[in-house]
Write a protein that binds this ligand. Structure first.
Ligand code: PMV
Length: 324
């Protein structure tokens, strides 16, 4: 029985579109901050019989259970190749997710990162961070980045080369501004396929993302929070634009999300530096300097339907001991 904990990550340069659907290879690289709250804690116990998946106390059936089983099959495949007899066992997976699930709070990232670490250890595999990142990628692309402490770049490439690595970046704060706890209507997977197949801006999105990633890596190296914020907000808006141009249109942001983007722009007009981003869901994150986090949070809290939380750079996925 092994337990691992992982945290969500929020991309500053977003991943949206695959070069390979089965291997989950991204069309372009991306860059994210791992958060220090909303963890997923997952325990894997080897067993006989069928795989089982419990999330927040409830037995999961259907699609989310199938995704976990498919992932466990991959881990068992590695175990077979390594000649381990654990490969014959099924697994009981028990997860507790402290953030809202499937509402653009990156729960699949923390979920599959924790599962990659817990399941590989339970089956007796000894994988390094790069191997774990490649493995987590197969569960959910963005999970590859939750293996990494603080800030991660996830490389585009083939199966061997597509993993996340740590990069240096200045301390920043993110303020989560939840505006909905509902499940999103279109999954990231289906939204990406629709965008790739039907959005006339898709090619421009991919080529411009490659340029933005290079600019973002340079801004991180220079410790330039202003540039990081400007690039992040613009890239997030570009992602929602290429998605909205799908036919039929897909829209993850709601009027309440747009109101948060507007309030963040109003903060900037008042000389308080903050930038907005949002993943494939309505919830918004403000990016700011740590010393401005309280001020930004106080201004955005009235627009949130849940607690506006101040988050910092957090740890990569890892095994945790019994006592924790
Ligand atoms: O990992 P997935 O398949 O849930 O994709 C997540 C995509 C975004 O969160 C919208 C962007 C990103 O880079 O995290």
């Amino acid at each position: 029985m092994t337990t691992a904990r992982a945290y969500p990550n929020i991309a500053l340069v977003k991943y949206w579109g695959k070069a390979d659907e089965t291997l989950i290879l991204p069309a372009a690289g991306s860059l994210s901050m791992t958060l220090d709250d909303y963890p997923t804690t997952t325990t894997v116990t080897l067993d006989d019989g069928e795989d089982e998946f419990r999330l927040n106390g409830e037995e999961q059936l259907g699609r989310s259970a199938d995704r976990v089983t498919a992932f466990l099959e991959l881990v068992r495949g590695h175990a077979r190749v390594a000649g381990l007899d654990t490969a014959h066992y099924s697994a009981r997976v028990v997860s507790v997710n402290e953030g809202p699930t499937a509402a653009g709070m990156a729960s699949s990232a923390s979920g599959f990162a924790a599962l990659a670490v817990a399941a590989s250890a339970a089956y007796g595999l000894d994988l390094d961070t790069k191997e774990l990142s490649r493995l987590a990628r197969r569960g959910s692309g963005s999970a590859s980045r939750s293996l990494i402490d603080r800030f991660a770049v996830w490389h585009a490439g083939d199966d061997e080369d597509s993993f996340a690595e740590q990069i240096d970046a200045p301390d920043m704060a993110m303020i989560s501004v939840p505006v909905s706890t509902g499940k999103k209507a279109v999954s990231s997977r289906n939204g990406m396929i629709a965008t790739q197949e039907t959005s006339p801006f898709y090619d421009a999105w991919v080529s411009s993302t490659e340029v933005t990633l290079r600019e973002m890596i340079a801004a991180c190296a220079a410790g330039d929070v202003t540039r990081i914020g400007e690039l992040s907000e613009n890239h997030a808006i570009r992602m929602h634009a290429v998605i909205a141009a799908s036919q039929p249109s897909i829209r993850y942001l709601t009027p309440a999300s747009i109101a948060v983007f507007d309030e963040i722009a109003a903060l900037r007009a008042d000389g308080i530096e903050a930038y907005a981003t949002a993943d494939a869901g309505p919830n918004v994150f403000a990016i700011t300097r740590p010393e401005l986090a309280e001020t930004v949070s106080a201004r955005l809290a009235p627009l949130a339907t849940g607690e506006a939380k101040i988050l910092g750079p957090g740890p990569g996925a890892r095994l945790i001991g019994d006592g924790e």
